[in-house]
Design a protein. Structure first.
Length: 435
């Protein structure tokens, strides 16, 4: 059985836009509306799974937990049964407690953010209820397409991308796969297309609300299939950008290319999935690296940048006798749809190495989405942590930890190992009866 629902979440008052530290004013209007979309699936044994997509930068932990609490209370579902995806649009609203160090927020702005975040939690729970109330017999199919606009941003200067692409000399790993989960009604109408792409949703940096290229892709698919919801999930695109970028025409163009990739998959042939759903979630404890010293924090604390605000906040903690955080809880989720389709959903801004590694380890048809449930930091691989040691101090493996307000400037070196071991455990549990 499957049911769908969607709800517009464009803020009704001027609020700060999420994702860039360089903005100087709140949103000035709407390019296209923001949405949450919900797909509810129920298998032959009555086990239910809920997929939520959202045109947001990243769902912070407090919103994820409040939504899980609401969904448990209202519908008796546990956290492993709901996936809360964010599209990582940088033209969506700032959410509660997320990246506050990087924006010049005053109390009035923070109050608006709190109010909006609470409203968003209610809307998500209510929209889940709507999708559950519309369950109807359905078929579920799976397939993969391809779109090639994602570029490894660590290895290709933005200004050289057009030339390098023409010459075929783009560098660094990418993941151009477009996994598609399609849900069809008994009479063959498309009810939902859930698709993943590993590429920062950052074509646009204007001061207007939009879902960026992913928003254009969803709108295009829903225009072509008026009975369907089109749901974008970010893949492991932590180190991938849509390049070249920065114009509405390009965002629209990438959206159309992604929608076309999904359409090609929908045209078939696709793999038919049995009505057998398994859902698992594990909270993994990730270790932070060496904590910053007082001297280091003092040297950073003067000034008005996000680094200064971060350092000043940590200094306050230390001086008040509050220890800096040493570990971070990390949600790793995996579903099995039918006998064979594995779908990992990872928290955080995960770099592309994880998707490539999981596919090598668990098989080519494995899907990996990221930016899911809690977006608390970048999740670099060991390769990227190694590359980003001083003096390079790259963004994904190093300086982004300050953007996210974490208690250290780096993860410990075992971050990839701990996540990979968690993935092994989840897969063992999903296949525990040997089937
Ligand atoms: Zn990002």
């Amino acid at each position: 059985m499957a049911g769908t629902a969607r709800c517009e979440i464009t803020p009704r008052e001027p609020m700060w836009l999420a994702g860039y530290a360089s903005r100087r004013r709140p949103a000035q209007g709407t390019l296209h509306p923001l949405w949450i979309r919900v797909l509810a699936l129920r298998d032959a044994r009555g086990h239910t799974g809920i997929v939520v997509s959202s045109d947001t930068l990243g769902i912070p932990q407090s919103i994820w937990q409040n939504v899980c609490r609401g969904v448990k209370q209202e519908f008796g579902l546990s956290a492993d049964q709901i996936m809360l995806h964010s599209s990582h649009t940088h033209t969506g609203p700032v959410l509660r407690g997320a990246l506050y160090d990087i924006y010049p927020l005053d109390e009035q702005q923070i109050e608006k953010i709190e109010r909006y975040s609470e409203w968003l939690e209610d809307r998500i729970v209510a929209t889940v209820g709507q999708a559950l109330s519309r369950l109807q017999p359905a078929r579920v199919t799976a397939g993969e397409g391809k779109a090639t606009f994602a570029v490894n941003r660590r290895n290709n200067p933005e200004a050289e991308v057009v030339q390098r692409r023409a010459e075929g000399t783009l560098q660094g790993p990418t993941d151009h796969t477009v996994p598609v989960l399609a849900v069809w009604s008994a009479d063959g109408k498309l009810l939902a297309a859930v698709f993943t792409y590993a590429c920062h949703n950052t074509c646009l940096s204007l001061d207007e609300w939009s879902g960026d290229y992913a928003g254009f892709a969803q709108t295009e698919l829903e225009n072509v299939h008026p009975d369907a919801v089109a749901m974008f999930c970010m893949g492991c695109g932590g180190d991938q950008n849509p390049l070249p970028r920065r114009t509405v025409e390009r965002a629209h163009g990438y959206g159309l290319r992604l929608a076309a990739a999904v359409e090609r998959v929908l045209a078939g042939p696709m793999r038919e999935l049995d009505a057998d759903l398994r859902t698992e979630l594990e909270m993994i404890t990730l270790n932070l690296g060496t904590p910053p010293t007082m001297e280091r924090l003092e040297s950073l604390a003067s000034g008005a940048s996000y680094r200064s605000r971060w350092a000043a906040r940590l200094l306050d903690d230390l001086r008040a006798g509050r220890p800096l955080e040493r570990t971070v809880p990390y949600p790793l989720q995996a579903w099995r749809l039918g006998r064979n389709q594995l779908w990992f959903c990872m928290g955080g801004e995960v770099v592309v190495d994880y998707a490539l590694g999981f596919r090598k380890r668990f098989g080519d048809s494995v899907w990996v989405s990221a930016y899911c449930n809690d977006v608390m930091a970048y999740i670099p691989s060991l390769r990227i942590l190694d590359e980003d040691r001083p003096p390079r101090n790259g963004y994904e493996g190093n300086t982004s930890m300050m953007v996210y307000g974490r208690g250290a400037e780096r993860w410990a070196d075992d971050v990839e190992q701990r996540i990979s071991e968690g993935a092994e455990r989840l897969v063992r549990r999903l296949t525990a009866d040997g089937s």
